[in-house]
Design a protein around this ligand. Structure first.
Ligand SMILES: Nc1ncnc2c1ncn2[C@@H]1O[C@H](COP(=O)(O)OP(=O)(O)O)[C@@H](O)[C@H]1O
Ligand SMILES: [Mg+2]
Length: 404
């Protein structure tokens, strides 16, 4: 509905018009003019503030046409009432004689147009235009309100999401705390258990010794063999417990990182392991190793376990060769322990780091299956990762990173 005055059809446009006017005759003239212009006015004339307020409260209006000077009211007061009602209606001032200053005052106060009573032909074009503008204003207002609403909804949703996030953060912190506590308890338990288990084991093995020595002549070969089995068993148990103790001693958080010279540390480890190195004829080579941040005892276990594994899991009739190297990777060092041993099938690459997991019988390669679990824990506590690259028969390379 364009509402262009020129194309207004025979169908008159209904117009709810509130006329603020003391003169009945003038009101009739206006209504007649509107008729002529193609409107079908449904008009109400008021001449006091109360009557106007009542009319505004009682119904919907399309436009207000107001006289400027009334005996008990005025155009400016009418404008004020309209503003206070909170409605946005076109407001046209009409006056018998209107000076320029009055016109300016009316427009400043918020009137949309002013018309001289002697020039009523301007009324219809003014009404046409103001109705169109009112539509535009209304649409803009609605769009703005919709925007504000969706903005409010968005804010509400952000508030809700933020609260949800806070709640799940609290829950996460609680769980982390719980996990830390139960980890500590577990470590404590492993420590105490391995400690306390050694004691009765020592009793068993001492009495086996005694039995063997004191009753030497009363025992036949079978009895001696059984005692040997029992002692081998208790020795193995003792080894397991002592490895478990080592495992449970690798703790988190109870130490402050300090500079550790890996080269010096490794030299010391090689010296400590010289017996097994000499026995096997192993050739150990080492590139310059860096100083890292960590805990010396833990790093010692890490390197020692890897070195001993590299020598232990050698191929029969092949002299073991072990090579250690290091390369800088922004904030970390990547270390590699490479051997020419039996290698490891890809499907076992993860499993070997799990405690007690071994790939061979004890008859073939002795061990408790705790060494790599310790390595994993040490690297973990130093904020790094450990993994293996290997193929059966082609040697293995254990890689891990440590903070520089
Ligand atoms: N350098 C290596 N070459 C081949 N296999 C290895 C090597 N290091 C570890 N493994 C495999 O991983 C298993 C777990 O190692 P580890 O935890 O040190 O236990 P253990 O040395 O007591 O057997 C070993 O039993 C072995 O099967
Ligand atoms: Mg080992």
């Amino acid at each position: 509905m364009g509402g262009e005055p020129a194309v207004k059809s025979e169908m008159a446009t209904p117009l709810r018009v509130l006329i603020v006017e003391d003169s009945e005759n003038d009101a009739i003239l206006m209504i007649r003019e509107l008729h002529r212009g193609g409107y079908e006015p449904r008009a109400l004339r008021v001449e006091t503030a109360e009557a106007m307020q009542e009319a505004l409260a009682a119904g919907e209006w399309d436009i207000i046409i107001s006289d400027y000077v009334l005996p008990r009211f005025s155009g400016l007061a009418a404008l004020h009432i309209l503003k206070q009602s909170g409605r946005d209606l076109p407001f046209i001032v009409i006056s018998g004689n209107i000076g320029e200053d009055i016109a300016v005052g009316a427009m400043k106060a918020g009137a949309h147009d002013y018309i001289l009573k002697g020039n009523l032909t301007r009324l219809v074009p003014a009404v046409d235009r103001e109705l169109r503008e009112a539509v535009v204003r209304r649409e803009r207002r609605q769009a703005q309100e919709a925007l504000q609403r969706s903005y409010g909804e968005l804010e509400q949703r952000v508030r809700e999401r933020t609260e949800e996030l806070r709640a799940s953060k609290r829950e996460l912190e609680r769980l982390v705390g719980e996990l830390e506590r139960s980890n500590q308890e577990l470590e404590q338990f492993a420590y105490v258990a391995s400690h306390d288990l050694q004691e009765p084991l020592r009793v068993v093995s001492s009495f086996m010794d005694l039995l063997e020595r004191r009753f030497q002549h009363q025992l036949d070969d079978k009895a001696r063999l059984y005692i040997q089995y029992a002692q081998a068993g208790s020795e193995r148990m003792s080894q397991l417990i002592s490895d478990l103790l080592k495992f449970s001693r690798v703790r988190r958080g109870s130490w402050e990182p300090e500079p550790v010279d890996l080269h010096e540390l490794f030299r010391q480890i090689v010296a400590d392991c010289r017996t097994v190195i000499q026995e096997t004829g192993a050739v150990i080579t080492c590139e310059p190793l860096p100083v890292v941040q960590g805990e010396p005892a833990q790093l010692c276990q890490l390197l020692q376990n890897l070195l001993l594994n590299a020598v232990k899991f050698r191929r029969p009739d092949v002299i073991p060769e072990v090579h250690i190297s290091a390369s800088r990777q922004d904030r970390h060092w990547l270390l590699a322990v490479r051997d020419n041993g039996i290698g490891i099938a890809p499907e076992q690459h993860q499993r070997i780091f799990v405690i007690f997991q071994r790939l061979h019988s004890r008859e073939k390669y002795d061990g408790t299956g705790i060494g790599l679990a310790i390595c994993q824990r040490v690297v973990d506590f130093h904020g790094g990762r450990i993994w293996v690259e290997s193929e059966p028969g082609r040697g293995s390379t254990f890689l891990f990173n440590l903070p520089a």
